[in-house]
Design a protein around this ligand. Sequence first.
Ligand code: GLU
Length: 508
Amino acid sequence: MTTTRFAPSPTGYIHIGNVRSAIYPYLIAKQKNGTFILRIEDTDRARYVDGATNLILETLTWLGLAWNEGIIVGGKHGPYYQSERKEIYHKWAKKLIESGRAYLDTTSSEQINGYRKADNVKKVPYLYRNHRPKEADLSPEEILKLWHEGIPLRFKSEPKNYEWHDEVMGDLKTGPEVLDDIILIKADGLPTYNFAHIIDDYEMNVTHIVRGVEYLSSMPNYLAIYEALEINHPKFVSLPHVLAPQGNKKLSKRDGAKSVIDYKDDGVLPEAMLNYLACLGWNDGTEREIYSKEELLKSFSIDRIQNSSARFDETKLLWQNGQWLRKIFDEQGAGALYDRTISSDSASLKSHDSNPDRDNLVNFWPESAKNYPEEYQKSVLSIIYDRLKVLSDLREMTTYFFEDPEINVDMIIDNRFLKKLSEDELEDLLKQTVEKLSDLENWNEDTLQSALNSLLEETGKKPAELFSLIRIALSYAPFSPALNLTMAVLGKERSLARLNQAITALNN
Ligand code: GLU
């Protein structure tokens, strides 16, 4: 059975460059009805960050990457926090001691630094195995007797060539010079990542290891450990780097890579994020760009993961988000999109493990929107949704539907279409508009459109002139939806009041 895992270390937030290591294994497992495991690799206590596990949970939950084995949900291979699996690692370490492939290492860090410096001076690559201490020659029985917490345990490497296959990078090989005596168990009794992940993947029946290419250079050491433990290794699926928008650097936190959760807070939809990231470095061979999770499950295949780096492009992500906002509106209706605007957790993705450290209910509307009925907010949404890139745009784009805007005469007279008209002309035009619209009995988008059309004829003005004037007087915003729609939603009373206020302001 296909089994994959996401095995993050709780060292901070999950940034854009790392999430494919969760998305791809999810897809690989789920498309085969297999198992997707969430394991927390927390043996490096110095790098441990409080709250990081909650951010991991929130990210996966938001993206809809439900794991069916691992922390919280449990499973038959637990515990799923590495820090709770010490005995398991010690049992396997013992096996290596017994077969003469692990030894105690009492070398101090000063000594190690000394070796490194000396090798540098000699211009030879620093390899720990060239400085193996005499303890390495003790018998397994002696080592077992002496081994206790406080003394690190190292692997006794046997340099040789390695050849292996990576599902993305192809056939790879290395020479003996890259093998070293790496630490298996640290002085604090906990294993290193290098050792722990091998044991866990084996014990948890993982069939595919999906992780970043940064682990490739350690592969020969891993292969040596698999061999020494006499266990088979899973398939390796190494994901190329995600590059920063500029230059040839890997996207990293240091260069300001945003947390996935920041995009959630900005009002990017999880569908769009999943879609964008899945297609960053993978395609199905067509030009297709929009995929739902279900569609990805159908189309995804390991053999179409690109073996070259992909560049993160926020503009594309936001474009895709716009596509998703429209798709939800068109396919599921205004109500479904509205639900997304009052909570950043989509109803369908909500689950057991919302993050206690954060308020999951982000409301994307302006504060003042809460004084209006839901139906009114929905009608506002219906006329502006196709201009939204992210849901947080709602705040700026819709305030004038909920609060009277501050009158700004300069915005009228400095407008590039209105500059050539005198203030008297502008005032007259607004007066004619008020007169025309006051006569309307039925106030709706169609009657408003015909009234606006006849105003154009009667005044002889260009649409850019007349409509810019009315638009500014109603909203004092840089953009607004079509005028007839804006006024239909604002209502007769408020629309006329705003036009009259502009007349008064121009008059003063
Ligand atoms: N704990 C490792 C990390 O967070 C995961 C590497 C792996 O997937 O094996 O980078």
